[in-house]
Design a protein around this ligand. Structure first.
Ligand code: SF4
Length: 388
């Protein structure tokens, strides 16, 4: 790690207005990288630029937020995704941003000592720590199908969760049961919210979820002492305000009727739309196309590499609807690159503008309806554009 250069001159690389107070408390990264990180988190959370200074203050608060991470019925994929973050790295996050006081997978070899420390933290910081839960909660037969340290997971969750300031259910399993709860659900798995009914549970679904969505949510809490705004399923709006389909880079192919019919066909090689091989992007909310995965640069998310979205962000879709099944288009939404129909400002609109917008909306709805009906008609040949 590189220690911050305390003698860096203010204004060396950018306008630092508003960052004066954090000069001596910057974490163990280069100043430029740190400010870039704060700006990135601000953009991810869809906050105005002015929030960057507040985020910097929140992150550098010397009183680091205690976080406890519990693991239930799961594959540890959410943890593995978090390990692969590089902005910050996992050790940067643990040592600089938060105080990760207990992580079931990381501290497994420490056994009872680690668990004892966890309960000490729970008592000492009751009402002041965050609980992150990964994995579903098996309830059948008293919850005996997931045990750790001689205790059923459901009991540990109730004990710790009842004293947390807030709970983040990370991954689809923690959100609503995910894979362990699918189909016959032999162990009676449920999501965290079904156990901690009196506690605020924020859900960050995904299999795995993007680790930056989790980090951004934690940093929002660090900065503003509250969770970001959420949708009706308790998912942060900065993650789930639009359909994956709206931001997808294959959307122009969808709009123009260029579809893959089977894996490996010519249309697949050409990068056409995956709708007819079961893509659930049109019914799944998420920021996967814009956030992407694995710090591997542009083009690193399932649809970009040729696999249909399987709807892991959506309860009732991911792990429930078969991958090969074509989804119904419920909302014929326009792609993100179209200009918004309703201007994003508070100015009230006049009658003329309202009439114009109604006309545009009517035309869009008509076009959408026509388009959706065309999806249900005869299959469209591959590579239509090449034939034209
Ligand atoms: Fe992208 Fe899937 Fe929508 Fe096609 S159906 S545009 S692949 S999200």
């Amino acid at each position: 790690m590189i220690f911050t250069k305390k003698n860096t001159k203010v204004g060396d690389c950018m306008d630092l207005t508003g960052f004066d107070n954090i000069e001596d408390s910057l974490p163990l990264v280069e100043r430029r990288d740190f400010l870039k990180f704060c700006a990135t988190i601000t953009a991810t959370l869809a906050l105005p630029d002015t929030a960057t200074a507040e985020i910097a203050q929140g992150i550098t608060n010397p009183e680091r937020l205690p976080v406890i991470w519990l693991s239930g019925a799961e594959c540890t994929g959410c943890t593995m995704a978090l390990f692969r973050t590089t902005h910050p790295t996992i050790e940067g996050m643990i040592f600089d941003l938060i105080s990760l006081d207990y992580h079931a997978a990381l501290q497994n070899p420490s056994g009872y000592a680690a668990k004892g420390h966890m309960y000490d933290i729970v008592e000492k910081y009751a009402g002041k720590f965050l609980l992150v839960v990964e994995g579903a909660v098996p309830l059948k037969d008293g919850g005996i199908y997931c045990r750790s340290g001689g205790q059923n997971f459901v009991d540990t969750l109730k004990k710790v969760g009842s004293k947390a300031a807030g709970v983040i259910a990370v991954g689809s399993c923690a959100a609503w049961g995910g894979m362990p709860a699918s189909n016959m659900n032999p162990t009676g798995c449920v999501g965290v919210k079904d156990v901690l009914k009196d506690t605020r549970v924020i859900e960050i679904p995904g299999c795995p979820p993007n680790p930056y969505n989790l980090l951004s949510t934690i940093i929002h809490y660090l900065t503003f002492n509250k969770f970001p705004a959420v949708d009706h399923k308790n998912r942060p709006l900065f993650i789930c305000d639009r359909l994956i389909h709206d931001h997808c880079e294959r959307r122009p192919h969808f709009d123009n009727g260029r579809f893959v019919r089977e894996f490996g066909d010519e249309a697949h090689r050409q990068g056409h739309c995956l709708y007819h091989i079961g893509c659930k992007g049109p019914v799944t909310y998420g920021n996967c196309p814009t956030m992407q995965f694995g710090d591997a640069g542009a083009g690193c998310w399932p649809v970009a590499i040729g696999h249909p979205c399987f709807g892991c962000n959506e309860e009732g879709v991911g792990f429930e609807v078969p991958q090969f099944e074509v989804c119904d288009i419920i909302h014929a939404t326009s792609p993100a690159y179209h200009p918004p129909v309703v201007p994003n400002h508070k100015k009230s609109i006049g009658a003329g503008e309202a009439a114009l917008m109604a006309g545009v909306a009517g035309a869009a709805l008509g076009a959408g309806a026509l388009f959706v009906s065309s999806l249900k008609s005869e299959p469209i040949e591959d590579n239509e554009d090449e034939k034209a």
